[in-house]
Design a binder for this molecule. Structure first.
Ligand SMILES: [Fe+2]
Ligand SMILES: [Fe+2]
Length: 290
């Protein structure tokens, strides 16, 4: 069934565009509102922010129907994308909703950041059982259909473009620390009549790898829009400009840089891609397709 309208509501972001009753925190949560040609509407939640408090406050302030969420997709295991999950599930359970939760199995790895000799746990703050008790948990490395026209990317194939995994490690059960390849980093791919809409959490696997993966998976060349975290905070300006050129080359019409894209990178992107960049933050409702 064809998607006739798509809106993406930014429930959690570290930037608040219109401060007031909307709260911000380091993290990301996006609510996809999909309207199909027969008039039916589906809601998919992508990530849950860090605390849950921010998401629950903002969804209420934005008067959005959280109880209509049937599927929650986790972009990867980091705490700033998964930390709100149990609070959201408890809220949904309290109104009789038990959603599907879809993610890559590696979200439960012991994920660490090692910075200046300091080791910090940055993984999911819940045990698998806590999630299974409140939802239908689907762990898959493979792409799966979430709702009509929306695909979970599964593990993103690497096409040789930059990946963004600085200082990230996984502690193995035998105590070894190994570099985290972030195989759990997964995107949502929405198939619309204007082309693909790619939604990313942090984009650790590299936005251009994600783009090529989405194209190959859907056999669709046209990328209409990219929305989400692009992890450009520590990239030198020339790399960010190069990325913009690659996106322009692929005919991307709209980029909404959020979360870990960073303000510096966003301003470089704005200079380069001009009206193709849309600035947004917590509290924003973006009409992608109307
Ligand atoms: Fe993040
Ligand atoms: Fe991350």
């Amino acid at each position: 069934m064809e998607i006739s309208r798509l809106r993406i509501h930014v429930l959690v972001d570290n930037l608040v565009v219109n401060p007031g009753k909307i709260l911000g925190e380091w993290g990301l949560a996006l609510l996809l509102e999909l309207v199909y040609e027969d008039g039916s509407v589906r809601y998919v939640l992508y990530d849950t922010g860090q605390s849950g408090t921010c998401l629950l406050n903002n969804v209420e302030q934005m008067r959005l129907p959280l109880e209509k969420v049937t599927h929650i997709v986790l972009s990867h295991g980091h705490y700033d994308h998964t930390g709100g999950l149990v609070k959201v599930l408890e809220k949904l359970n309290s109104v009789g909703v038990r959603p599907h939760v879809i993610a890559h199995p590696s979200i439960f790895e012991k994920k660490l950041a090692v910075r200046k000799g300091e080791i910090r746990y940055i993984g999911i703050p819940f045990k698998r059982e806590e999630i299974e008790a409140r939802s239908w948990l689907v762990l898959t490395r493979d792409p799966v259909s979430v709702v009509p026209g929306v695909l979970f990317s599964g593990e993103v194939l690497r096409y040789g473009y930059p990946e963004y995994t600085p200082d990230m490690y996984v502690a193995h059960p035998d105590g070894r620390l190994v570099r985290d390849s972030m195989s759990d980093d997964a995107a949502l791919i929405v198939q619309t009549k204007r082309g693909l809409v790619i939604v990313t959490g942090c984009g650790h696997s590299g936005i251009l790898n994600i783009v090529e993966h989405a194209r190959a998976l859907t056999k669709t060349q046209k990328i209409f829009a990219i929305v989400g975290g692009l992890h450009q905070e520590r990239e030198p300006p020339e790399n960010i400009e190069k990325l913009c050129e690659e996106l322009a080359k692929r005919g991307v019409e709209l980029v909404v840089p959020l979360h870990c894209t960073g303000l510096r990178a966003t301003s470089i992107m704005l200079n380069k891609l001009k009206e193709r960049i849309l600035l947004a933050g917590a509290g924003s409702s973006i009409t992608i397709l109307s």
